[in-house]
Design a protein around this ligand. Structure first.
Ligand SMILES: NC(=O)c1ccc[n+]([C@@H]2O[C@H](COP(=O)([O-])OP(=O)(O)OC[C@H]3O[C@@H](n4cnc5c(N)ncnc54)[C@H](OP(=O)(O)O)[C@@H]3O)[C@@H](O)[C@H]2O)c1
Length: 269
């Protein structure tokens, strides 16, 4: 029998994952279940993806081999309490909620195989990055099933849970840093007379291309930078200004702040 997957919470992140799973034919719509609070969201999930959607979390748990907790962090333990009586022993549960530790999840669901994953919003265009961790043994067979879900929406990395704050800083929050950089680059191009619509495409495509070069070439980013900075040229002039203005240290400090905030949120959850 085919595996079934159920999402408790059918918002932005669950929808991005569902889209990827269907597009990559990892699960057929009939094997996907999702719940939401409002009837409106339940209807949207049904109409958009032709999946089984419901306002009943119990219905999702009863029909799914793998359950993804995709509600806001403050609701996670309330939901676990609600579904506890219908959860089956050894059922696979993945939490994507920020700041909710494996220790607390395992404590709340001691009989289940529990995973914690941190995807990011580029998942919606199949360019996501997801860090995954678990306290289960490295030979645990369900690891492959869990990785397959997130590989449908981009790249994955298995990490130790202690690195989750770094993961949040480097790929959870970083799409926002990139959006700010694209906006700033486009503003500068507009200042030079470029029409704004063209400026956004140029800035975004350049960042996308540079990122792809890092991934495809395996070269150190510094080597790639050296390759495009001719002596006395315009690129090295720009880099000198970026360095003068603390571009590099500003990014490091910003990411450290994101990781610190993540630690603080985890302590308060
Ligand atoms: N967005 C991101 O970039 C991102 C990245 C990594 C991890 N996460 C994590 O993913 C989780 C979901 O985030 P999101 O951005 O997808 O949030 P979201 O768009 O607000 O979605 C939350 C969903 O939960 C549903 N819901 C609320 N109460 C419920 C209940 N009692 N039972 C069942 N469903 C319920 C909501 O239903 P309605 O639609 O009816 O309101 C909505 O569909 C969060 O824990 C977040 O930390 C998000």
């Amino acid at each position: 029998m085919a595996q079934t997957i159920g999402f408790i919470g059918g918002g932005n992140m669950a929808s991005a994952i569902i889209k990827g799973l269907i597009q990559q034919e990892i699960y057929s719509p009939s094997n996907i279940f999702a719940s939401a609070l409002s009837e409106r969201s339940v209807d949207r999930l049904k109409n958009q993806f032709a999946i089984n959607s419901s306002q009943s979390n119990e219905f999702i748990v009863k029909n799914s081999d793998i359950i993804v907790l995709a509600v806001k962090p403050y609701l996670v333990f309330k939901i676990i309490d609600e579904i506890k009586s219908v959860l089956k022993t050894e059922q696979i549960v993945i939490s994507i909620a920020s700041g909710i530790t494996l220790k607390k999840l395992n404590h709340a669901m001691p009989e289940q195989r529990v995973y914690r994953a941190m995807p990011n919003t580029p998942a919606s265009v199949n360019m996501g990055m997801t860090s995954i961790c678990t306290t289960l043994n490295p030979n645990e067979t369900s690891r492959t099933l869990v990785a397959q879900i997130f590989e449908a929406i981009g790249k994955t990395a298995w990490i130790d849970e202690s690195l989750m704050h770094a993961a949040i800083a480097v790929h959870g929050s970083s799409p926002a840093y990139a959006f700010v950089m694209i906006e700033a680059m486009a503003d500068a191009a507009v200042l030079e007379g470029m029409p704004r619509d063209k400026a956004y495409i140029m800035a975004a495509q350049s960042l996308l291309g540079a990122a792809q070069m890092v991934l495809d070439s395996g070269l150190h980013p510094g080597v790639l930078k050296d390759q495009v900075t001719s002596p006395g040229g315009n690129t090295i002039k720009a880099i000198a200004v970026l360095e003068e203005d603390g571009f590099r240290s500003s990014i490091i400090r910003a990411m450290h702040a994101a990781a610190e905030k993540s630690r603080e949120m985890e302590a308060n959850n």
